[in-house]
Design a protein around this ligand. Structure first.
Ligand code: SF4
Ligand code: SF4
Length: 134
């Protein structure tokens, strides 16, 4: 069965789609910050993982314009440490999938500094390639 993952309906619709794709309930997050505290890539993110979840949960706009979910390498450190059992990596992947289907622009790698690019995990480059070939 195919799933419509369009998020054109706005932030609330984006939350619904992220939860459907990731099979995670974001309201279970109590904002302890443990995920961000253990993430090795926060230095290259423009929104910490816990704040990204918060932005999604309260319906703040602009989440799909962020770079955080492209920078996430899917290492699962946050998943192992989350006291609420939330799979943050799956939330990041859901955002990548939605972005790939919704946006015409590829990930803005050009907006990152040389230092950030040097530290960028391969998944960001792979994701950029996926965007241009999907
Ligand atoms: S570790 Fe889990 S409960 Fe804590 S902020 Fe991150 S996602 Fe939310
Ligand atoms: S899975 Fe992503 S968000 Fe979680 S610790 Fe690893 S890089 Fe950070």
């Amino acid at each position: 069965m195919s799933m419509n993952i369009r998020a054109n309906g706005g932030p609330d619709e984006l939350l619904r789609k992220v939860e459907a794709l990731s099979a995670q309930r974001l309201a279970n997050c109590y904002q302890c910050g443990t995920c961000s505290g253990g993430c090795p890539l926060v230095g290259a993110m423009d929104l910490l993982p816990d704040m990204l979840i918060r932005h999604l949960s309260v319906g703040l706009p602009g989440v799909l314009e962020r770079q955080t979910f492209w920078v996430c390498v899917g290492c699962d450190t946050c998943v192992d440490r989350c006291p609420r059992g939330i799979d943050v990596a799956r939330i990041m992947e859901a955002l990548r999938q939605i972005h790939l289907r919704e946006r015409s622009e590829p990930p803005a790698l050009a907006h990152l500094t040389d230092t950030q690019l040097g530290e960028l995990p391969p998944i960001a480059l792979v994701a950029s390639m996926r965007r241009s070939t999907s």
